[in-house]
Design a protein around this ligand. Structure first.
Ligand SMILES: *[C@@H]1O[C@H](CO)[C@@H](O)[C@H](O)[C@H]1NC(C)=O
Ligand SMILES: *[C@@H]1O[C@H](CO)[C@@H](O)[C@H](O)[C@H]1NC(C)=O
Ligand SMILES: *[C@@H]1O[C@H](CO)[C@@H](O)[C@H](O)[C@H]1NC(C)=O
Ligand SMILES: *[C@@H]1O[C@H](CO)[C@@H](O)[C@H](O)[C@H]1NC(C)=O
Ligand SMILES: [Cu+2]
Length: 660
C-alpha cells in the first residue's frame, strides 16, 4: 500500500509539473531574476590572451531551451577589458561541423562558418587584425592579433561574427560580447567624477548591458529566428518544431513565431528584464549595446506607471564609444540605439523606489526615423534602496583625440576627398550588389579629412549604415535633390531611379531593365524635408543625430542627404561599409573602400557602370565642386564598352530609351 501511495504522490507531482510550462506546454515568461554581468577577460601586462570556442550550447530562459551558436557556450559572450596600447591575441576556434550546404553568394549561407569583427575599434582592417573577409570554416581556427593604438579612444565597443551570409544568423543566435577600452586613470585626462564611477578603480559602479534579440521569433515582415533557422537549413535538433504542443497539432516553433504569443524579446545579459539594485544618490555608469542586426531601441528610464521617471536622472556621455563634448540630457527623454549602436550614460536615482529601463517607440518620430523595426519593451528593472538624496551629475568629459576632434569648421580646401554612399532598395549600395572584398568603390589617402554623403534613394526603408575603421562626425542634413527608386512588388527586377519630377533617370541601377512592371507609389516624396525638420529640432526628431556627434553607425532615413566627415587616420587598407540590418548585409548591401598611402593612385570603381552615385541625369565624379558635365555624358558609356566586356543590354537599352 505504501508503495502505491508513493507512486500516486509521484503521479501527482508529475501531473503538477505537466501543468507547468514546458516545450509541450508553453506559456508567458516571468522575467525579473537577479541581474548579472557577462564573464570578463582582462588584459594583463599589456596583453589579453584569449581563446573563443564557437560551439553549440543550450541557452535557457525559464522553461525554454534554445540550442544556439555561442562563443564559449555563453550568451552574451565574455567581455574583453583592455587599455590603449594593449595587444589582443585571440584564437578563434570553430567547433561547428561541416554539414552546411553551399548556397549562393549574397544570400543566407554558411551557418557553420564564422569569423570575428571588433565593432567600433579604431584598428587595421587587414589580416591578422579586423579583416571581416577571413573565413573560418567548420573545424578550423584563426589567430587574430589586434594592436590597440596608444591613442585609442576609451569607450564601449563590441564584437560579433561578420561572415558574409551568416552574420544575421550568428549574431541573433547570441554571438556577441562587449569590448571595454578602459579610461585613462590620470585625472588630468579623465575627469575625477567619471573615474569615480568607471574602471579601472571603480568598476563596481559600471553597469554593463548587452541587449540581444535572442528571443525574437516572430517574423512580422522582418526575420524572426524561426525564419532564420529555416533559411539556413539549421539542423533539426536545434529547432523547436521537434516539440509538439500537448493536445494540439501545432509545434513549439509555430507557437513561438505566432504574433499572439508575443514572444519578441530582447534579453539583457542573457536574461529577461533582470532586476538590478542600486543605492539612491549613487551615480552609475551604464554601458549600453544594441547587439543585434534588426530592431532599434529607444531607451528611457520610466517609473512603474510607464511615465518618464522623475526620481532618476540620465545623461548621455558617449555615442558609439566616443565621448560627447559634454554630458547631455536625452533628446526627447530617450536615447536611440539603432542596431549595433552603443551609448554610455551617467545615471543617478535620488528617490528610492522601483523603475524600469525600457525601449519606448513613439509614432511622433516616424518622419525622422522612417520605417524601421522599433521595439517596445522592458530591458531592466531597477530597485533603488536608501533614502532620498540630491546627487547631481557633472558634465565635464575627456577631450577627444585629434583624429576625432571637430571637423565642422574646416574649409573646403582642408577637406581632401569626397564620396557619395547611395542607398538603394534590394540591398544595393551605389547601385550595385556586393561584388568582392577588393572591388574598391573609392580610395582615400591616409591622413586626409574625407567628406562623404549618405543619400538614400530608397523611399520606403531606412538603413543603419556602419563604416569600419574610422568614426565619422555628423556635419549636416541637407536638402535632398536626388532621385528615388521604385521597384516591382516581388523582385529587384525591374527597379528604376526616377528624378523627383517623375521622369526616368538616365543613369540607372545595375539591374535596370526598363520600367515595365514597376509599381509606382502614391507618394514617393513623402519623406522629403529632413533638412528642415533636423534644423527645427524638437518633437518628432529622435531619428536624427546632432551636428558634431561621432558615430560608427548612423540611421539613414528615406530620401535623406547627410554630410559626414572623418579623418582617414593611421590605418591603410580596406574599409567596409554596410547596412547593419544584418539581413541586408548578408544579401549584399555592402561595399568596400580603401585607404592608401600618400602619393598612391586613388583610381577606384567609383561609378557603377556609367553612373556616379547621387546622380540622375547629370554625371559628374565631383558634383560638389562645380557641375561641369552635360546632362547625358556618353563618354562613360563608351569607356565601359571599350573595356572588352560584352556590351550589356541594360546600358544599351537605356541609351536607346534615352535617345528616342
Ligand atoms: C553545424 O554544426 C553542428 C554542431 O557540430 C551540427 O550539429 C550541425 O548539423 C551543423 N550543420 C547545421 C546546418 O546546423
Ligand atoms: C509603444 O508603446 C507606446 C506606449 O507606451 C505606444 O504609444 C506606441 O505606439 C508603441 N509603439 C509601437 C511601435 O508599438
Ligand atoms: C507611424 O508608423 C506606424 C507604423 O508604420 C503607423 O502605424 C502609424 O500610424 C504612424 N503614425 C504617424 C503619426 O505617422
Ligand atoms: C546633398 O547635399 C549636398 C550639399 O548640400 C549637395 O551638394 C548635393 O547635391 C545633395 N545631393 C543630393 C542627392 O541631394
Ligand atoms: Cu539596410
Amino acid at each position: 500500500m505504501k508503495i502505491i501511495a508513493i507512486a500516486s504522490i509521484c503521479f501527482v507531482v508529475a501531473c503538477v509539473s505537466s501543468n507547468e510550462c514546458s516545450h509541450n506546454k508553453p506559456c508567458k515568461f516571468i522575467g525579473g531574476e537577479v541581474f548579472s554581468e557577462p564573464r570578463e577577460y582582462d588584459a594583463v601586462n599589456g596583453a589579453l590572451n584569449l581563446e573563443l570556442q564557437v560551439q553549440m550550447k543550450d541557452f535557457k530562459v525559464e522553461w525554454l531551451t534554445m540550442v544556439r551558436r555561442t562563443y564559449n557556450g555563453e550568451i552574451p559572450a565574455p567581455t574583453w577589458k583592455i587599455r590603449k596600447g594593449d595587444r589582443v591575441n585571440l584564437k578563434l576556434v570553430n567547433n561547428l561541423e561541416l554539414t552546411q550546404k553551399v548556397l549562393p553568394f549574397n544570400g543566407f549561407r554558411f551557418p557553420n562558418s564564422t569569423n570575428l569583427h571588433t565593432h567600433g575599434l579604431h584598428i587595421s582592417g587587414e589580416e591578422p587584425q579586423d579583416n571581416v573577409f577571413v573565413h573560418v570554416g567548420p573545424g578550423k581556427n584563426y589567430n587574430y592579433y589586434y594592436q590597440i593604438d596608444e591613442d585609442h579612444p576609451a569607450g564601449t565597443y563590441w564584437y560579433h561574427p561578420h561572415l558574409h551570409g551568416s552574420t544575421l544568423f550568428q549574431v541573433h543566435s547570441g554571438m556577441a560580447g562587449m569590448i571595454i577600452v578602459e579610461d585613462d586613470p590620470d585625472p588630468s585626462i579623465t575627469p575625477q567624477h567619471l573615474l569615480d564611477v568607471s574602471c579601472p578603480n571603480n568598476c563596481h559602479h559600471e553597469v554593463r548591458l548587452v541587449f540581444q534579440p535572442t528571443m525574437m521569433f516572430v517574423n512580422n515582415g522582418f526575420r524572426g529566428f524561426v525564419h532564420q533557422q529555416e533559411e539556413m537549413e539549421d539542423y533539426d535538433g536545434f529547432r523547436h518544431r521537434q516539440f509538439r504542443l500537448f493536445g494540439e497539432s501545432r509545434t513549439l516553433e509555430d507557437w513561438l513565431s505566432d504574433k499572439n504569443a508575443g514572444i519578441e524579446y530582447f534579453t539583457t545579459n542573457g536574461k529577461l528584464w533582470p532586476t538590478y539594485t542600486l543605492a539612491s544618490g549613487q551615480i552609475k555608469r551604464f554601458r549600453l549595446v544594441n547587439a543585434g542586426g534588426s530592431a532599434s531601441l529607444e531607451l528611457t528610464i520610466t517609473d512603474t506607471s510607464g511615465a518618464k521617471a522623475k526620481g532618476c536622472q540620465v545623461r548621455e556621455i558617449a555615442q558609439d564609444g566616443i565621448y560627447l563634448d559634454k554630458a547631455r540630457f536625452q533628446k526627447h527623454k530617450r536615447t536611440l540605439l539603432v542596431p549595433s549602436a552603443r551609448a554610455d550614460w551617467l545615471v543617478v536615482c535620488n528617490t528610492p523606489g522601483t523603475y524600469k529601463l525600457q525601449s519606448v517607440a513613439l509614432y511622433e518620430d516616424n518622419m525622422s526615423m522612417g520605417p524601421v523595426q522599433r521595439w517596445n519593451g522592458t530591458l531592466l528593472k531597477l530597485v533603488v534602496t536608501g533614502t532620498a538624496k540630491k546627487t547631481f551629475i557633472r558634465t565635464k568629459l575627456p577631450a577627444r583625440q585629434h583624429f576625432i576632434g571637430d571637423f565642422r569648421q574646416l574649409s573646403q580646401e582642408e577637406v581632401t576627398g569626397r564620396f557619395v554612399i547611395e542607398l538603394n532598395p534590394w540591398t544595393r549600395l551605389n547601385r550595385e550588389i556586393f561584388k568582392s572584398p577588393t572591388y574598391y568603390r573609392f580610395k582615400a589617402h591616409l591622413g586626409t579629412v574625407q567628406e562623404w554623403y549618405f543619400v538614400n534613394t530608397d523611399h520606403v526603408t531606412s538603413h543603419p549604415i556602419h563604416i569600419h575603421v574610422n568614426h565619422f562626425q555628423v556635419i549636416s542634413y541637407n536638402p535632398y535633390t536626388g532621385p528615388y527608386t521604385e521597384t516591382s512588388a516581388s523582385s529587384p527586377n525591374p527597379m528604376a531611379l526616377y528624378a523627383q519630377d517623375g521622369s526616368v533617370c538616365f543613369h540607372q541601377h545595375e539591374l535596370y531593365t526598363g520600367t515595365d512592371g514597376i509599381k509606382k507609389s502614391d507618394d514617393p516624396l513623402k519623406y522629403l524635408g529632413h533638412d528642415q525638420r533636423w534644423k527645427a529640432g524638437g518633437k518628432g526628431t529622435l531619428g536624427y543625430s546632432d551636428a558634431g556627434t561621432f558615430h560608427d553607425v548612423l540611421l539613414i532615413p528615406p530620401m535623406s542627404n547627410i554630410t559626414i566627415r572623418f579623418m582617414a587616420h593611421k590605418y591603410v587598407g580596406v574599409v567596409v561599409i554596410h547596412c547593419h540590418l544584418l539581413n541586408h548585409e548578408d544579401e549584399g548591401m555592402m561595399m568596400v573602400a580603401q585607404i592608401v598611402p600618400e602619393g598612391e593612385d586613388t583610381e577606384a570603381e567609383t561609378a557603377s557602370g556609367t553612373a556616379y552615385p547621387g546622380q540622375c541625369k547629370k554625371n559628374d565624379p565631383y558634383p560638389f565642386n562645380k557641375v561641369t558635365s552635360d546632362d547625358e555624358d556618353f563618354g562613360y558609356l563608351i569607356q565601359k564598352l571599350k573595356t572588352g566586356e560584352s556590351p550589356d543590354e541594360t546600358w544599351q537599352g537605356q541609351r536607346q530609351r534615352w535617345m528616342t
